[in-house]
Design a protein around this ligand. Sequence first.
Ligand SMILES: Nc1nc2c(ncn2[C@@H]2O[C@H](COP(=O)(O)OP(=O)(O)OP(=O)(O)O)[C@@H](O)[C@H]2O)c(=O)[nH]1
Ligand SMILES: *[C@@H]1O[C@H](CO)[C@@H](O)[C@H](O)[C@H]1NC(C)=O
Ligand SMILES: *[C@@H]1O[C@H](CO)[C@@H](O)[C@H](O)[C@H]1NC(C)=O
Ligand SMILES: [Mg+2]
Length: 509
Amino acid sequence: MAAFWSLKKKLKKADDDDDGYKLPTSHSKLSPKGKRSSWQNRKIVSWVIITVMVLILYKAFSGVVRGGREVMKTVGSNTSSNDGQVLEEDAYYDYDFEDIDPKVIEKFDGGVQHYLITQFGNDVLTPQDGEVFEREQKMLLSSTVESYDLSMFRGSANGAANGEHVLLCVPLRDAEKVLPLMFKHLMNLTYPHELIDLAFLVSDCTEDDKTLDALIAYSRQLQSGTLSQVFADMDQAAAEAEQASKGTEKLYLKYMNPDYLETVKESFSPPFHENYDKPFRSVQVFQKDFGQMIGQGFSDRHAVKVQGIRRKLMGRARNWLTANALKPYHSWVYWRDADVELCPGSVIEDLMSKDYDVAVPNVWRPLPQFLDGEQPYDLNSWMESGEALNLAKTLDEDDVIVEGYAEYPTYRVHLAYIRDPTQDPNEILDLDGVGGVSILAKAELFRRGIQFPAFTFENHAETEGFGKMAKKMGYRVGGLPHYTLWHIYEPSDDDLREIANKERESRRE
Ligand SMILES: Nc1nc2c(ncn2[C@@H]2O[C@H](COP(=O)(O)OP(=O)(O)OP(=O)(O)O)[C@@H](O)[C@H]2O)c(=O)[nH]1
Ligand SMILES: *[C@@H]1O[C@H](CO)[C@@H](O)[C@H](O)[C@H]1NC(C)=O
Ligand SMILES: *[C@@H]1O[C@H](CO)[C@@H](O)[C@H](O)[C@H]1NC(C)=O
Ligand SMILES: [Mg+2]
């Protein structure tokens, strides 16, 4: 623990300002403020450390004693509302957390006056304390030796039953607004939460964006099992506000398919699955800027000229995230974008069950009804074509082909276009390029050096380059044409103009 404390101190942000982010709700059950010991109130930049601490606390709470499963009395205040929920699954405590004795750690939530092992602990040791200190330090130091048989973490089609750990990675930029959506989707995942380590990378947010602070605040609630209550409160407050100020609701919603809107509404309403509120194994938040200059607005980020640069930067971001978060005991890595509106909760199991090395679903998005109501969205999942290979030969080595632009006629088969909602959602086809909205890949690929090229690889970058590289190294890359995730709809400038026109017309009638 000594090491943790001192590390934490060093990593503490200079402008340490208490709690950072106020959740936009008036009656959060578990305000992070002042409920637990003071160390928790400090703003800590390195979540690697917080993660460990949270798990240690859980270990103490749950009273799992290795060797014999004996339930200890929970000490301290009842801070979390997951009353009686005992996090006893081994997966919460195996590998990197397994050497810590919960009996020793228990006191950290037991309201004791001072801890033996703190940054200043040495200064106040009595001889008796000294013995305990030695013993505990030994325990902690012995936990720094680990060994792993990497052949155990290959990944199988039935990962949940086999207790396979998944690293779930989400890149985030200016994403404060979509965080509630993202967290609801994470909770909705039915793959055992105790087998999932969450890893977020926050980059290049604009000055007034609070993605990082919000992410940390929501993550704390998530790990306390209280996040769904926070969201319920927030949603209720929003509904009341909307009623009070009639008509502030987003205008474009009037033009969307009512059936789709109904599906969305139902999907976000209880009842949720039984383990919806269950904490994940860990949450890690990383922050690193790459100097992304291109705006995150819909029209900014879709101009063809910026695609190559943008995609390479995204590649760098993804590589930083895996390189920092991937642990030896992960069998799978699941990549997910924050801006998904609808997704089956069983997506990880479903993709896993195909026994491919890389698998992606189809990604569509809803549109206003005057634009056909829906659209194939992610064009980065495709099968290679002769035309595109020939096109590549005419390009500079550094040029990046991007799909969906007249400048690059590739005539590839796009997963998005061959969707037929009446067909078998389990069907899988071999692909070459993959899109990044939702990628399940065996962790082994990353260990073998496959990554998201932040340079031009066979005239591709980022996730498409990843697909191509995996293919080249002999892995099976597949996509499910009839299994669909729905990306959120963000009205483009053109769409907003069109909607404004229609509104004017209807007022004239
Ligand atoms: N860390 C990091 N995350 C980013 C960056 N740009 C986008 N993201 C995140 O990556 C995910 C996908 O980003 P989007 O902007 O939706 O882009 P996209 O999915 O490639 O494609 P479109 O949705 O078609 O624009 C989201 O979770 C974003 O918050 C970046 O520069 N750095
Ligand atoms: C904490 O929870 C336990 C079990 O749910 C209960 O017996 C106890 O009274 C609670 N303590 C407080 C202070 O609420
Ligand atoms: C949550 O999962 C269920 C079951 O797979 C699904 O029906 C629902 O649409 C999901 N929720 C969201 C918001 O996608
Ligand atoms: Mg997107």
